[in-house]
Design a protein around this ligand. Structure first.
Ligand SMILES: [Fe+2]
Ligand SMILES: [Fe+2]
Length: 240
């Protein structure tokens, strides 16, 4: 794939796991902002499209064997990976970090009113994510897996009640945008997860965990928005 300033950043991230890292380091949003071209994505960025293209070129030969190539794996392997790795992580992290945030807010809230706002954002994001992952696991992912079996001739194709995969995909992408907004709000409220000088270990741990949660969400949304969903739409178009 030849990459230029006109290539969509989501497609760049999907092409090569190393590219994802280059975009991340340059502060380019390739998940919810994946539809923008590299030029557009760099308009308000400190790194220019030209600099990023140069770094991409330097990194293009270095994809390690441990980085699975989800652009060519089967869709059911990808849905299983998303559920077993990312959905599991979200379900484990939400209650743990929620409880820690509450504890830190009781102690430091009087001096740091942003903690209550972060706690509120995180709780809202959690509620959204539980419902969102349930929809993916119960409706969208099983349909994508059935599409793949139908393509292989393993079972007959049955039209879904939602008519086309584009409908739930559209809805999931809107929900990803909303989750992305909550993550950005928490990052701004915490000044980029910088703890104040007097922060105790729990305070530091909660910011570390929130930053890790944000990174995991970026990878998770990237796998869905930029790889799984476009591949499912293309597969369905071949069958319908
Ligand atoms: Fe998901
Ligand atoms: Fe999702």
């Amino acid at each position: 794939m030849s990459i230029t300033g006109a290539t969509k950043v989501g497609a760049i991230a999907a092409a090569n796991p190393r590219a994802k890292k280059v975009l991340e380091e340059a502060g380019v949003d390739y998940c919810c902002g994946g539809e923008k071209s590299l030029h557009e994505a760099c308009m308000h960025n400190s790194a220019s499209a030209e600099e990023i293209l140069k770094r991409l070129e330097e990194n293009s030969q270095q994809a390690g064997p441990e980085e699975a190539n989800w652009a060519s794996a089967s869709l059911s392997e990808l849905t299983r990976h998303i559920v077993e790795k990312h959905h599991k992580y979200v379900r484990e992290t939400l209650p743990r970090v929620g409880a820690l945030l509450a504890k830190v807010n009781v102690k430091h809230g009087p001096n740091h009113p942003e903690l209550a706002k972060i706690e509120e954002e995180f709780a809202g994001l959690g509620q959204e994510m539980y419902a969102h992952m349930q929809k993916e696991e119960q409706i969208l992912f099983p349909y994508i897996e059935r599409l793949e079996r139908a393509k292989e001739g393993e079972e007959p194709f049955e039209p879904p009640f939602f008519q086309t995969v584009r409908n739930p995909v559209h809805m999931m992408m809107q929900e990803h945008d909303s989750a992305g907004d909550a993550l950005k709000a928490m990052r701004n409220l915490s000044s980029g997860y910088q703890t104040p000088a007097e922060a105790c270990e729990s305070y530091r741990e909660v910011y570390r965990s929130l930053a890790e949660f944000e990174a995991d969400m970026h990878t998770h949304v990237h796998l869905e928005n930029n790889i799984l969903f476009p591949r499912a739409v293309a597969l369905e178009a071949k069958i319908l």
